[in-house]
Design a binder for this molecule. Sequence first.
Ligand code: MN
Length: 203
Amino acid sequence: MPFELPPLPYSNDALEPHIDATTMQIHHDKHHGTYVTNLNKALEGNNDSNMSIEDICRNISKFQVAVRNNGGGHYNHSLFWKIMKPQGGGEPQGAVRDAISSSLGGYDKFKETFANAGTTRFGSGWAWLVVGADRKLAVTSTPNQDNPLMDVVEMKGTPILGMDVWEHAYYLKYQNRRPEYIAAFWNVINWEEVNRRFDEAMR
Ligand code: MN
């Protein structure tokens, strides 16, 4: 079965004013849509085992570079839409809050570390909050459409929060001001979904 573009779980304008409707529409329909189309093209005749996108990422070194770029793009954006929501943000609750306190020095310190990971990622890429093999939380970033599931990245883990810092994620509203987009991102985080992913990763 070919991969499909998942629908946005809210309307294009739901994250206004933090992320504008035009950016959301182009980002989801065109950018993510193209990753899905090109992933399916790259996999034609090469995914007989019907691997999940997660398993493809975990074994990405065995695939051609088009699968790494477009498969990463599909996995990353599928996660990204879900870890945001209208009227999101605020301080994390539950198990993630405790884990952020014990592994990352608390919410304020985590915000600083995560924002810094996004700001200093040169060019295009992602900042991540991951559960590592040691079952502790860590912050990392990856270039292009790589992600911490991939067997080729330096710091591996299970992503529970990801922030897209490609210019296409913010340029229409924020132009070159990536730090302003990152500051706005805190207002749209869906901490319930991050907690759900945390629980799943810790199982
Ligand atoms: Mn993107």
